[in-house]
Ligand binder design. Structure first.
Ligand SMILES: [Zn+2]
Length: 369
């Protein structure tokens, strides 16, 4: 992938002077990507190209310097700096051609990382500021995803700090696009993204109820910047999956821990954990001490994800390698996470079955069955 080389160079894992190369067995492992924001995962080369075409000003016009700018922002220890890049990427994506291209390339990049199934997400209402109608934005992203050979679908995000009416608008938008162009996979789920603290998901209970009643699966960012109880709240509101959820680990060692764990396990909820992003935004101190270890040991269903390829300077193989090198996981653990991720996928069965066969085949050839 032409745009990936600059990113790969920029993607040294945190707190490791000499990152080890990605194990061939990990690179070749069939993987399931559930949590990746399209507006956080553009190729550097595409961002440059789109900004120049659309007249969007960039901090630098040199690809390597731009990759370095993102890396410095990601590792600044500031959520504000981390989020700065999104203003650029959303402006770059402000027309239908750009949206189609970004979605297509995200799917192709995931495929190059060994993914056999992927779910991408985006808040289409953000594009209204750039003159793109939300229905057209969703159709363009679905067309881009459908152009890739990778089975993938789109999760529509509502922004939790916006009004309940705006989030309801996003929910209704998601429901209008459950079928993609030419009967391809359409919108497969709904998410609440944006700043978590001070913006509980319960503020959008009406929109979430609408989605539940219509049968569209829900994943909610929760327990990332705010406390673990938010994860339980999200489950009560109907979330089948949780974006991050790492603060749940804080609850485990408290008197409320056993009951919380029992509720989480009984609900079957799956955590989409994004280790590098969590360290960058301060949700975890390091990969070595990341709560993913305690949650995995406690038997919580979870898997690891990228969150944002560009903004976090990562990819799915680097995330897995960091867990092998720094968090005490074995390859068999990472494989078990792919199986759990597949079980939790919102994709239709005709797309999950080939992925399941790929996982079985890999396990058979790697002596894991
Ligand atoms: Zn996210």
């Amino acid at each position: 992938m032409s745009g990936m080389s600059a990113l790969e160079h920029a993607a040294a894992p945190l707190h490791s002077a000499l990152p080890s190369p990605v194990l061939p067995a990990l690179a070749g492992m069939p993987k399931v990507l559930l949590h990746d924001h399209l507006d956080g995962s553009l190729r550097v080369s595409t961002l440059l190209q789109l900004c120049q075409r659309r007249g969007v000003e960039l901090p630098t016009l040199h690809a390597a310097d731009l990759a370095q700018w993102f890396r410095a922002n990601a590792n600044a220890g500031s959520l504000e700096r981390y989020l700065e890049g999104f203003a650029l990427t959303v402006a770059a994506m402000g027309d239908l051609q750009a949206l189609e291209q970004v979605a297509f390339e995200a799917a192709e990049d995931a495929r190059a990382e060994g993914c056999v199934l992927a779910e991408f997400r985006m808040a289409p209402l953000l594009l209204q500021a750039h003159g793109v109608a939300p229905d057209d934005a969703v159709a363009a992203m679905l067309a881009g995803l459908a152009r890739s050979a990778l089975p993938c679908g789109l999760i529509v995000c509502g922004m939790r700090h916006e009004s309940p009416e705006r989030v309801q608008e996003a929910a209704e938008l998601a429901l209008r696009h459950r079928m993609g162009p030419n009967r391809s996979v359409g919108v497969i789920g709904f998410d609440l993204a944006g700043p978590e603290r001070g913006w509980p998901a319960s503020g959008h209970a009406r929109a979430l109820r609408l989605l539940r009643e219509a049968g569209l699966p829900i994943t909610l960012h929760a327990g990332e910047a705010d406390e673990g109880a938010r994860v339980l709240e999200a489950v009560e509101l109907g979330a089948q999956r949780i974006g991050h959820g790492v603060r749940l680990a804080d609850l485990l060692d408290t008197p409320a821990g056993p009951e919380a764990l029992q509720r989480i396990r009984a609900s079957g909820v799956h955590l989409e954990v994004c280790p590098t992003s969590n360290v960058q935004t301060g949700a975890a101190a390091s990969i070595a001490t990341h709560p993913i270890r305690a949650l995995w040991k406690a038997g919580v269903s979870l898997s690891f994800h990228t969150d944002n390829h560009l903004i976090s300077c990562t990819n799915l193989n680097l995330e897995g390698q960091a867990l092998l090198d720094q968090a005490g996981f074995a390859l068999a653990d990472l494989f078990a996470m792919q199986e759990q991720a597949l079980d939790a996928s919102f994709m239709p069965t005709h797309a999950t079955e080939p992925a399941r066969r790929a996982l079985h085949e890999w396990a058979r050839t790697h002596d894991l069955r």
